[in-house]
Design a protein around this ligand. Structure first.
Ligand code: SF4
Ligand code: SF4
Length: 103
């Protein structure tokens, strides 16, 4: 499991590189890239902070089916986790940030 960066959506802001606890991301030619996907442990910090929804987390077969992708829409009040399943199904999980300590 690892992340995937959609270079067509990336604007090179560098927020993902700043937040990655493993210093795995870098900006090259004004686009983010991961140094080595095998080092990513899937904390999803970069997925959550990306303002362009350009980073997906790729789910394994036991977590939604091989080829499924997890992305996040992050607004001021809500965090919406979106699973795009390989069979076309889309699952959304909406978290109210003001109530997040209840989960
Ligand atoms: S946070 Fe998103 S838009 Fe910014 S550099 Fe990283 S992938 Fe690109
Ligand atoms: S998921 Fe976590 S460890 Fe992996 S690249 Fe993103 S911030 Fe770094």
């Amino acid at each position: 499991m690892s992340i995937y960066i959609d270079k067509n959506k990336c604007i090179g802001c560098g927020k993902c590189a700043e937040i990655c606890p493993g210093n795995l991301l870098q900006i090259k030619n004004r686009r983010a890239e991961i140094r080595d996907v095998r080092d990513c442990w899937g904390c999803t910090a970069c997925v959550k902070i990306c303002p362009k929804n350009a980073i997906y987390y790729q789910l394994s077969a036991d977590l939604g089916g091989a080829g499924s992708k997890l992305s996040v829409k992050n607004s001021q009040t809500n965090l919406t986790w979106i699973v795009n399943k390989s069979n076309g199904e889309i699952i959304s999980i909406n978290i109210d940030k003001t109530q997040s300590n209840k989960y």
